[in-house]
Design a protein around this ligand. Structure first.
Ligand code: HEC
Length: 219
């Protein structure tokens, strides 16, 4: 009786092991064939994965982006409000250039084109900042403080304008930056107007203008 049970157990184990062996053999033979090297598993070599010659039909490499980046690096690095301030202090020229000293102490030169993005582009004052024009848009009827910052003419025309034709309050302090409404609303007491805190951060650097040539010292 005891021996019978033992026989059954051993028998089952042996049948199981033989089954596993046969099953593995079938899997091996079907995948590899009757060989020990199993070279069927190796991938057929059709072509080398990396082309050794670049086809001459490709368009010539566009290097303009690289050059752009290089000229960005040559630009002056300046705190955004300092750049606006230098422009206001130079009586806010539309096309003439104005000078400023950048954060590295270089004498630099820029034009309104360098200042304008600070009014009409997002993410310049800080990541996620709104563009001023998203509130102070061209339509003075709906623009907060009836101020249109979308163009040079709009900035010069000022705030609290009755309509698109009329002039309003000068926001540039007649060239006195620290007395200007712009300074007040960007840097000092009114800088926490709803919208402005989200719009600006006061020590954000921008790249603008270009360094003036260093004068060669006369002996
Ligand atoms: C989210 C909307 C919003 C954004 C963005 C915004 N502003 Fe304003 N701004 C306002 C509101 C609202 C007022 C009006 C506050 C008041 O009536 O006292 C205002 C007022 C001003 C004033 C004062 C005008 C005056 O006569 O009182 C100036 C200057 C100004 N903003 C400049 C800017 C500049 C520059 C930017 C971009 C850096 C900017 N604003 C971005 C909403 C915004």
């Amino acid at each position: 009786m005891k021996d019978d049970v033992r026989k059954y157990i051993y028998g089952t184990i042996v049948v199981f092991l033989v089954g596993v062996f046969i099953w593995l053999s079938i899997v091996y033979v079907s995948a590899c064939g009757v060989t020990l090297s199993c070279n069927q598993a190796a991938q057929p070599v059709d072509r080398t994965p990396i082309p050794t010659l670049i086809p001459a039909t490709l368009p010539a490499m566009d290097m303009s982006n690289g050059q752009q980046a290089a000229s960005d690096r040559d630009a002056c690095r300046v705190v955004a409000t300092d750049l606006v301030g230098a422009w206001v202090s130079a009586n806010s020229p539309e096309t003439d250039s104005f000078q400023f000293v950048d954060a590295n102490g270089n004498n630099c030169e820029a034009t309104f084109a360098d200042v304008e993005p600070l009014f009409n582009e997002p993410n310049l004052w800080n990541p996620g900042s709104l563009a001023c024009v998203s509130c102070h848009s061209v339509d003075v009827a709906i623009s907060p403080a009836q101020l249109d910052l979308s163009s040079y003419a709009g900035i010069i025309a000022g705030s609290r304008r009755a309509d698109a034709e009329s002039k309003g309050t000068d926001i540039l302090g007649a060239g006195n930056w620290e007395k200007s409404l712009l300074y007040d609303f960007l840097v000092t007491s009114k800088a926490d107007v709803p919208g402005h805190t989200e719009a600006v951060s006061f020590a954000s650097f921008v790249f603008a203008g270009k360094p003036l040539p260093v004068p060669t010292p006369t002996p």
